[in-house]
Design a protein around this ligand. Structure first.
Ligand SMILES: NC(=O)c1ccc[n+]([C@@H]2O[C@H](COP(=O)([O-])OP(=O)(O)OC[C@H]3O[C@@H](n4cnc5c(N)ncnc54)[C@H](OP(=O)(O)O)[C@@H]3O)[C@@H](O)[C@H]2O)c1
Length: 367
């Protein structure tokens, strides 16, 4: 064999071994660490923690040390939290590539939950925007607990008086994802036709209402049991996916927001105007590359076609939370709440979310 072939083969073997090793390391679930002892004189709170990746059985309900705010931080007493698919992605550490940031073998951060609403308990010495007693909502790791700590300049805003804690807690991730998909990625204009695939879920129920507030003509795609609900939140047209495939109906849309990923890019393009936009929010489930297939294909194809094929990674921020607060206070957006669970029932709430049949948002009532 010529030397250059030997070198090429050698490099290929090294690359293959490196990929397989990385795969084995990333997918390995280490055993659960025991819960650390809480100091005798420490103040405690009830919270959900997870010390290893896996099914909802890894979630522990119990006492942990109550956090103390640093100079720039706000301590919020949580009244309600809500569940997102993001929570069980962290719980399972899947897709495995996310473990590069969430922790290899075991989770780097044992706290769970993001969306919350509650009352400010105390603030650090440099905090100026919030004071004890303020009713607030936002997003921060550790929301499935009696208290959560948030830096004052992060995703935390005042809760409007007419919005309940449950409604406010249901909005951060789902509402911001819907808003940013429609406004930033979709560039939705009044009068345009938008189709929301997955209109009955957490993100979808916000997307239908926010799209209506933009003055769009909204089509929601859901199953038979959710047709009335999706119409009741403002959809002008509803397609029952059990009876009709929207990609084959001959209708074209300026914008498709896809929370489900059950149709190919080519099929979605057939339902888009020639200059329309497809925003991929959710996709195929899977531990390895299945969830990345749609986004990768969209990124590769997009430069060669007139239609925009884009993906979104929603970013929690104060400005967009404030927009959601205004929309809820005005009654333009009313969060749809499905089931309610207690803090000690978070594992059941996550099981329900993982089943993929939620109608709107799943709430955790802390008190
Ligand atoms: N990219 C981002 O930044 C971002 C942010 C948030 C969420 N996400 C992702 O977006 C997706 C949706 O999130 P979510 O919170 O809305 O989830 P969710 O609340 O769990 O969605 C459940 C809903 O999906 C509906 N559904 C299931 N199969 C469907 C189908 N074939 N056609 C239409 N609807 C269908 C279900 O209705 P039926 O029971 O009637 O089928 C149910 O109402 C998830 O994959 C999530 O990970 C991404």
């Amino acid at each position: 064999m010529k030397l250059r072939y030997k070198i090429t083969n050698g490099i290929l073997v090294v690359v293959a071994v490196a990929i397989v090793s990385l795969g084995l390391v990333l997918s390995h679930n280490s055993a659960c660490d025991p819960a650390p002892a809480v100091a005798r004189d420490a103040e405690t709170m009830e919270a959900i923690a997870y010390r290893c990746y896996g099914s909802p059985e890894v979630l522990e309900f119990g006492d942990v040390e109550k956090p103390t705010p640093q100079d720039n931080e706000v301590l919020v007493r949580v009244h309600a939290a809500s569940v997102n698919p993001l929570d069980w992605h962290y719980m399972r550490g899947a897709p495995y590539l996310m473990r590069l940031s969430s922790g290899i073998g075991t989770p780097a951060d044992t706290r769970m939950g993001v969306d919350f609403a509650g009352t400010v308990e105390s603030v650090g010495s440099k905090v100026t925007r919030f004071k004890p007693g303020d009713e607030v909502f936002g997003g921060r790791t550790g929301a499935f607990a009696e208290y959560v700590i948030v830096p004052e300049d992060r995703a935390l805003v005042l809760k409007p008086a007419d919005v309940t804690f449950e409604q406010a807690a249901s909005s951060p991730i789902a509402g911001i994802t819907a808003l940013q998909a429609l406004r930033d990625q979709g560039k939705l204009q009044a009068g345009q036709k938008v189709l929301i695939n997955g209109a009955s879920g957490g993100v979808g129920t916000f997307a239908v209402q926010i799209a209506k507030s933009f003055g769009a003509d909204v089509t929601g795609v859901c199953s038979t049991r959710n047709v009335d609900m999706v119409r009741s939140i403002g959809a002008d047209h509803v397609i029952d996916y059990k009876k009709e495939n929207y990609t084959e109906a001959g209708q074209r849309y300026d914008l498709i927001i896809d929370m489900v990923g059950n149709h190919s890019l080519m099929a979605n393009r057939k339902a888009l105007e020639p200059d329309g936009t497809l925003v991929l929010v959710g996709g195929e489930k899977g531990d390895w590359i299945a969830p990345l297939k749609g986004p990768i294909k969209a990124l590769l194809l997009s430069p060669f076609v007139d239609q925009e094929l884009v993906i979104i990674l929603a970013q929690l921020n104060q400005d967009d939370l404030a927009i959601l607060a205004d929309l809820m206070q005005a009654g333009t957006v009313t969060p749809v709440i499905d089931q309610r669970f207690r803090l000690d029932e978070v594992a059941d709430a996550i099981r329900y979310s993982e089943a993929g049949r939620a109608r709107g948002k799943i709430i955790i009532n802390i008190r």
